[in-house]
Design a protein around this ligand. Structure first.
Ligand SMILES: Nc1ncnc2c1ncn2[C@@H]1O[C@H](COP(=O)(O)OP(=O)(O)O)[C@@H](O)[C@H]1O
Ligand SMILES: [Mg+2]
Length: 1005
């Protein structure tokens, strides 16, 4: 057989080789599969040409090794590439490479992303450049970058693909040998495959189904792959007549039927085995006649069951060594590397390659790299390596790969396979560095493999605990249990091998963090407290003390709340500087004061001292690891509850963006969504709140069952649904989740769970249950000294629940709530408390209270509370017969409620109007002054010019903004004015030809 045929049979080509022009083999018995491919490609291209975008599809080919999967994929590539506009991406897993993070995805995406024009690249990457870029090997992690959360990389990839696919559509993404894909790639691919139908992408996978062919590490993904829905093809063995054809094509028509039949049986219709056996038959010059069929069995064993001896016989020692070096490297093998790893001369290597090609072991791809003819051969060669040789050669491979400038990431796969027990410091250093690099590309598991191997080396005694500490930190974002164990090991190692003091503080803080995130807040606080007591360095001690305060504050209950608060106050007053650690204490105190319902002014003053011109200071940023995200969260919560919602929203928006950029997609991003949801809820933007909170909840679900974050999100979500008038839905949601006493066992739910639950019961008219829950809530909070009526509005709602049966007690509670709210002092707290008190008073008293409430709430950002107060006031006025006033407040209430998406409140107000013969909607036209008030100054600038008949393009030039923006602003003007270009002047009260109008005050004259 010639070398060209050899190539041709192998369906040659590396992962990247462009094989559209490669010679084709005739695929037998694959007509149905090929039709399916043609049809899928056709559907994709037609669908896209017809303007479709949600037209993705999934094709899978599975079957035993050698059955013809790769050959079929080559056909897929060829067919797809015939389509002019199609983008065809290809990658394959490698048996030796399944531990290389993102090995498969990098093959798939690196080129297509790297080839984008710079501005398109930026659009496609969005905010994910620093996440997806390093993971895909497109760029180095930025200096000072932090560890990436693999979930962040996956989220980033989702975004990038959603951007890329339409730009490069129709797109065909092909992955061969998926069973050997690395875990990082698989975990994204399996999820992407489920949603690929939403994009103009045809995904094509080929893999072995047998679980023995999947590495233990990726078994869970095998199940996901098998469960995927799509067009699945399990490849059948070739038919007798096809194999007979193959035999006769090779050996001539003299091959007898009986021989062919036996041949077919022996190879079981497997084309790879058929070709191997044919080689043997020809080499042995076996006559293809019936009498010889019995020898086929033996030959087949020789053909496929290759032992060390048979390879040695076939290749000779030095060529086999070269083959081993190739096997070590996996797929897409660089000749120079293989040469050096096999320690051969260039000349020797050339000889080896020649021999290996002749023996149909290797082929050479168009890019000059080598490739095994079939992975079965690669496996067979690798597995014949004696243990000592293998370990030694991996060591050489690691060194050579590093020398070749391919970096530690690439070398580390070999380093972890080398011989341990030597105690080589250099290896330990390299492995630790490789671990860091892995974390920077979002591959903590690979980092852990490096660190575990480093521990086995073993490292010198004095750094063993450091490695343990690093191992603990490496799982911080993904595996809390492992983190806890490893950090404990590092911290509580034998006395003669203590962790360095600087690291001790950090390790303790990390440990407490993980414990806290798992809900073990009491433990977290104790760990910090105990370590603080033995920490000499003042800064370290302060950090741990503060951390212990922080964890106590997040506990569901604590023994000595007021005591802790007092101690925190003392600590706060004793601060001298304004370092990050000092500001951290201020932030904690601000939050503490807020929860206690102490003076809002004081809390805000402290919070403002934490910030640096409105921004988080250095060292206390969202992704700063010294303090963790709890600290800025406390600050954000402080602003939310002290009516400075805009400031809180700025912080929360920063959090979302920074966690995205850092790729921290787990609890961090979830909590940022929660904060934003809570802020929007307090502001009364209920639809947006609902959306953010649902996202937070989804993320928390992904992280684990009923984590504290889930409680937070569900609580506020229930509150939001009540506000929107969807009480039954709120009730179902709370019940499905189990949002009722005793709540989360250890962590405090934000805001107060018991108050929320009582409020829900009141909304469901279950007054007795509400009374019990709220009384209990009040008692608990009293012990703790927490009296914030917005955070925990138990008293006001309790008053409503018991008003009928115990009017006196109800009045006490309602008044107490108002008193507490006044002590706290924010407009929204006072207004809301007054509004609740009005609910239990007679109409005349209610009117007075509500008039006050409306005034207060009108000065606060609490839009929804304001809307409720307006409607309540309207209703109360109606009851005392002041119909005109009632109507006006109800109209205002409706308008605001609509703005808040509080549909239930809108209905209530309309019913109120309709039931008493009033119009449920305003009739009168709005005055143009009201319209102008709703225009932003930018919109006003555009409107003035439009009225003068200036075309959009000129307006854009005059204002120095893009014309697209002018058009968008104009659209807003038309909508708000309720008029198109023609009537705009009169809708705005402007003369048609006015030349030089100023901002509204000019209108007064
Ligand atoms: N349908 C077919 N008809 C003829 N030869 C085939 C067919 N499918 C595969 N082959 C040959 O069998 C060998 C193994 O095929 P390959 O596609 O590499 O299998 P797999 O990827 O399933 O392990 C290759 O040499 C290929 O040329
Ligand atoms: Mg294959």
């Amino acid at each position: 057989m010639t070398e060209q045929e050899n190539e041709l049979r192998a369906g040659a080509g590396s992962g990247r080789g462009d094989d559209a022009n490669a010679p084709r083999i005739r695929l037998r018995d694959r007509d149905a599969e090929l039709r399916s491919v043609e049809a899928a490609v056709e559907r994709l291209c037609l669908g896209f040409a017809a303007g479709g975008t949600e037209i993705g599809d999934l094709l899978t080919f599975s079957g035993r090794p050698g059955i013809g999967k790769t050959s079929l994929l080559h056909e897929v590539r060829r067919i797809a590439k015939l389509r002019e506009k199609a983008t065809v991406l290809f990658a394959r897993g490698g048996e030796r490479q399944f531990k290389e993070p993102y090995h498969v995805l990098r093959q798939l995406l690196q080129h297509v992303l790297g080839d984008l024009e710079p501005d398109v690249f930026r659009q496609v990457m969005g905010t994910w450049e620093e996440v997806v870029g390093p993971a895909m090997g497109l760029k180095q992690p930025k200096a000072g970058a932090r560890r990436l959360d693999p979930q962040g990389v996956r989220d980033g990839l989702d975004y990038v693909l959603a951007q890329l696919a339409p730009r490069r559509a129709p797109m065909v993404m092909i992955v061969d040998d998926l069973h050997w894909a690395d875990g990082e790639s698989l975990s994204w691919l399996t999820k992407f495959a489920i949603r690929s139908s939403e994009l103009p992408v045809l995904l094509v996978f080929a893999f072995r189904e047998d679980e023995n062919d999947w590495p233990a590490e990726t078994q869970e993904f095998r199940r996901s792959v098998l469960e995927l829905k799509g067009r699945k093809h399990e490849l059948n063995r070739l038919t007798l007549s096809s194999v007979t054809d193959m035999i006769r094509a090779e050996l001539g028509d003299k091959a007898e039927d009986a021989f062919c039949y036996e041949f077919w049986n022996v190879v079981n219709g497997n084309p790879f085995e058929a070709i191997a056996l044919l080689d043997q038959v020809r080499d042995q010059e076996l006559e293809p006649v019936e009498e010889n069929s019995r020898q086929l069995h033996e030959l087949a064993v020789d053909a496929t069951g290759m032992t060390l001896k048979s390879w040695l016989d076939r290749l000779g020692a030095s060529t086999l060594r070269f083959a081993w070096a190739c096997a070590m490297l996996g797929t897409d093998i660089r000749v120079d590397l293989a040469t050096r790893i096999s320690t051969q001369s260039t000349e020797g290597a050339r000889e080896s390659i020649k021999r290996l090609r002749k023996q149909r072991v290797l082929t050479q791809s168009p890019n000059g790299n080598l490739e095994f003819v079939h992975p079965l051969i690669a496996s067979s060669i690798y597995n014949t390596m004696p243990d000592a040789t293998r370990l030694g050669m991996h060591g050489i491979a690691a060194a050579e790969i590093e020398n070749a400038g391919l970096g530690l990431l690439a070398a580390s796969r070999h380093l972890v396979e080398t011989h341990s027990g030597e105690g080589d410091d250099r290896i330990v250093r390299k492995l630790r560095r490789a671990a860091i690099e892995h974390q920077l590309i979002g591959a903590p598991e690979a980092a852990q493999r490096c660190l575990k191997r480093a521990l086995n080396e073993p490292p010198a005694d004095e750094i063993k605990t450091e490695v343990l500490y690093e191992l603990g930190c490496s799982a911080l974002l993904t595996n809390p249990v492992a983190t806890v164990n490893q950090l404990k090991l590092a911290l509580f190692s034998p006395e003669d091998l203590p962790l360095r003091p600087e690291l001790r503080v950090d390790a303790t803080f990390r440990l407490s963090e993980v414990l806290a995130h798992a809900g073990e807040l009491g433990q977290a606080a104790v760990v910090c407290q105990e370590e603080a007591e033995v920490t000499v360095d003042p800064a370290g001690r302060q950090r741990l003390q503060a951390a212990s305060f922080m964890w106590h504050a997040f506990r569901k209950s604590e023994e000595d709340g007021p005591g802790r608060s007092a101690r925190l106050g003392v600590m706060c007053r004793s601060l001298r500087g304004r370092e990050a650690a000092d500001r951290a204490v201020l932030a904690m105190r601000a939050w503490d004061l807020t929860l206690r319902g102490a003076s809002s002014t004081e809390a805000l003053a402290l919070a403002d001292e934490v910030l640096d011109s409105g921004r988080l200071p250095k060292g206390l940023g969202w992704t700063d690891t010294t303090w963790g995200f709890e600290l800025p969260s406390m600050l954000c919560l402080t602003y939310i509850y002290n009516d400075r919602i805009a400031q809180a929203e700025r912080l929360a928006a920063d959090a979302i963006i920074q966690f995205e950029i850092a790729g921290w997609s787990g609890a961090h991003r979830g909590f940022a969504y929660f904060l934003m949801g809570l802020a929007r809820f307090r502001r009364g933007l209920l639809a947006e709140a609902e959306d953010f909170l649902r996202r937070a909840y989804r993320i928390s679900q992904r992280m684990g069952d009923k984590l504290p974050l889930a409680w937070d999100a569900i609580g506020v979500l229930v509150d939001t649904l009540i506000a929107r008038g969807r009480v039954d839905e709120a009730w179902t949601m709370a019940n499905d989740f189990g949002f009722h006493p005793p709540y989360h066992p250890t962590a405090m739910v934000l805001p107060d769970a018991a108050s929320l639950y009582g409020k829900l019961l009141v909304a469901k008219d279950r007054y007795a249950g509400a009374a019990a829950a709220l009384t209990e809530a009040g008692a608990q909070l009293e012990v703790r000294g927490w009296r914030n009526t917005v955070w925990a509005p138990w008293a006001g709602h309790l008053a409503i629940a018991i008003a009928r049966d115990e009017p006196e007690r109800a009045r006490d509670y309602a008044q107490r709530a108002v008193r507490d709210a006044r002590d706290f002092g924010t407009a929204s707290a006072i207004g809301s408390a007054l509004r609740l008190q009005a609910r239990i008073e007679d109409a005349r008293a209610a009117v007075e209270l509500l008039e006050d409430a409306v005034t207060y709430l009108g000065q606060s950002p609490a839009g929804y509370e304001h809307a409720v107060a307006l409607v309540d006031l309207g209703a109360a006025l109606r009851r005392v017969g002041r119909l005109d006033d009632a109507q006006e407040y109800l109209y205002q209430g409706i308008e605001l409620a609509q703005h808040c998406s509080a549909e239930g409140l809108v209905d209530r107000a309309r019913r109120e109007l309709a039931n008493y013969g009033l119009r449920p909607n305003r009739l009168g036209l709005r005055d143009f002054r009201e319209t102008i008030e709703t225009l932003s100054s930018a919109e006003w600038e555009v409107a003035k010019r439009a009225v003068q008949g200036v075309p959009a393009q000129r307006i854009a030039e005059e204002l120095g903004v893009p014309v697209g923006l002018v058009n968008r602003r104009l659209a807003a003007v038309y909508r708000k004015a309720g008029s198109g270009p023609d009537g705009l002047a009169s809708a705005l009260g402007l003369p048609q030809q006015q030349r030089d109008a100023g901002w509204p005050e000019d209108l007064d004259d």
